[in-house]
Design a protein around this ligand. Sequence first.
Ligand code: ZN
Ligand code: ZN
Length: 278
Amino acid sequence: MIEIILLGTGSPLVDPLRAGPSTLVRAGGRSFLFDCGRGVLMRAAAVGAPANQLTALLLTHLHSDHITDLNDVITSRWVTTFVPTPLSILGPIGTQSVVNAILSSLGPDIGYRLAHHDDLSWDPAPVVEEVTDGVVFDDGTVRIIAGPTDHRPVDPSIGYRLEHDGHAVVIAGDTVPCAGLDALCAGADALVHTVIRADQVAAIPLPRLTDILDYHSSVEQAAQTATRGGVGTLVLTHYVPPMVPGAEDEWRALAAEHFAGPIELGADLHRIVVGEGS
Ligand SMILES: [Zn+2]
Ligand SMILES: [Zn+2]
């Protein structure tokens, strides 16, 4: 079985109820964190997934809302491990330079802690692998495939397909419908897709908001992608504008016009399991 937990269902818009974009996927005793938005480790703590237990952090793209707390993941991993176990980060081209800049900003803190703790003798530098497509992780239990998505002008952006024990889950990230995402989705048990309400965003006369219509999938487009891929369950997250409690059925109905399978969405920590019993 593969467990999906929507750690943060928010967006760049600060919301008192929703952490920033982040999804935890657990399979075969491994824990994978996809993106690390605002407040991610608070939510991860709620489901027993501390930074020092992560198998890897995978980034879909380098938009700020998806990496807001990357510094916290790096530091928390470092200060709660007792032998050198560098965090593994997979992400698009450009990830290494972002990580280098964060490490630079943490320079004073790293110096303080190294000077203060005799048993801490290594630095927090993660092992970064910049990926584009193909198999990017395979330990014999879990296999992860990356594929290009289309979030231009944010470029590159990538989606991931995690496979375990005959089941597959796709993490789309932010993207418009595209061939790269379709290829990842083919026959997957679940698709976790970030969405915006195009009808609501288009009605707000603010260019800063209506600009986002051209590089995100609407709820309806995410549903169409799921249908094209023959996906089992559609999981919606990253709600823009923030989905108010009680509006779940309204969002679900928009997707249901284009996708006949189960549609999951909700509050932070919403949990979906695929392949139960296997
Ligand atoms: Zn984005
Ligand atoms: Zn986003």
